[in-house]
Design a protein around this ligand. Structure first.
Ligand code: SF4
Length: 319
């Protein structure tokens, strides 16, 4: 099942869900929230929890048992967001570059094709004069000539159309562009505002409240993080770096009601108050499921996710 719109559309956000059946009578269910949302009170985690109460999902999930949980930012900007994919000594391929076809919510095929093209390019170089640290610049042309690039080109206006015209009109536009004109219309729509800059001031947005989880279909963040098998050594340096530690309280809290408390799906960020009523920004780095949302969505661009020490992080055994 793929859906679009609800529940995010009720709060002015875009996105869609997926539900797949897998082996052993299990289902995999997820909600993709477009991080270009404007209301800083929006909580992607809580949107997902309330989505599960829709009869479409509730009827499938009832009498089931929650066995795993995870979260990840998806590089879904498509063709217009692809970076330069070659550099001295390396190639950036698959989902690391962003070859996902978001219109189809599918990316394994294009990721694999980008890897196969990379293998061909490397093999050709290896058959000639090979030097370590070479820039395999011919990869750019080889990828452009592949069906994966053609597919991304055909679907390139889907995401920007959703942002520009909304779910319904955007989908209607995308249907005409992709299915009737096969992506051959002579323009490419752009989406030039970064996701973090889409966030509006809290004072200009309605405050959102979410229902309490019923612990049957919907759950809280901490019990969910527990199921992600996330672990970091307690005494390692915090791997979420603040460029300016004063910003969350001095700027993000008054302006944006500190959205990190809500966009983080693992309860890493909290605003806590001490006995004297002083507010403090707390980072519970051990909980981090490495989704990278904070790096993308922080309105002040003050948070940088760096690789933690050791092998810490989530362990998703069946996802
Ligand atoms: S701290 Fe950042 S990377 Fe870690 S789970 Fe929260 S939003 Fe994701």
């Amino acid at each position: 099942v793929h859906t679009a719109g609800w529940p995010l559309a009720e709060h002015g956000a875009h996105g869609g869900s997926f539900m797949y059946h897998i082996e052993n009578n299990q289902v995999v269910l997820g909600l993709i929230t477009d991080l270009g949302y404007q209301n800083p009170y929006l909580s992607p985690f809580d949107e997902f929890q309330r989505m599960k109460h829709h009869p479409l999902f509730a009827n499938t999930l009832k009498n089931g048992k929650r066995v795993s949980y995870g979260a990840r930012a998806i590089a879904k900007g498509g063709l217009q967001s692809l970076p330069k994919m070659h550099f001295p000594g390396g190639l950036l391929i698959g989902c690391d570059a962003g070859t996902l076809n978001f219109a189809k919510i599918k990316g394994s095929h294009t990721a694999m094709k980008s890897g196969m093209v990379a293998a061909d390019v490397i093999l050709k170089r290896a058959q000639g004069e090979w030097q370590a640290g070479q820039d395999l610049a011919e990869y750019a042309t080889a990828f452009e000539q592949s069906w994966a690039y053609q597919e991304l080109h055909q679907q390139r206006n889907f995401g920007p159309a959703q942002h520009k015209f909304g779910n319904l009109l955007g989908s209607a536009y995308a249907f005409i562009d992709i299915n009737l004109f096969r992506g051959k219309l002579p323009w490419t729509m752009q989406d030039i505002t970064p996701d973090y800059a889409q966030t509006k001031l809290a004072a200009d947005c309605p405050e959102l409240s979410y229902p309490k989880p019923d612990s049957v279909l919907s759950f809280d963040k901490l019990s969910s993080v527990f199921l992600s098998n996330t672990n970091h050594e307690e005494d390692q340096p915090v791997h979420l770096k603040l460029a300016d530690p004063s910003i969350p309280i001095a700027s993000n809290l008054p302006k944006y009601a500190e959205p990190a408390q809500r966009y983080c799906p693992a309860a890493v960020y909290e605003v806590v108050e001490d006995d004297a009523g002083e507010k403090r920004f707390q980072i519970n780095a051990q909980n981090c499921v490495h989704c990278k949302t904070c790096d993308i969505k922080d309105p002040a661009q003050n948070i940088t996710w760096v690789t933690p020490e050791g092998a810490g992080g989530p362990t998703y055994p069946n996802m």
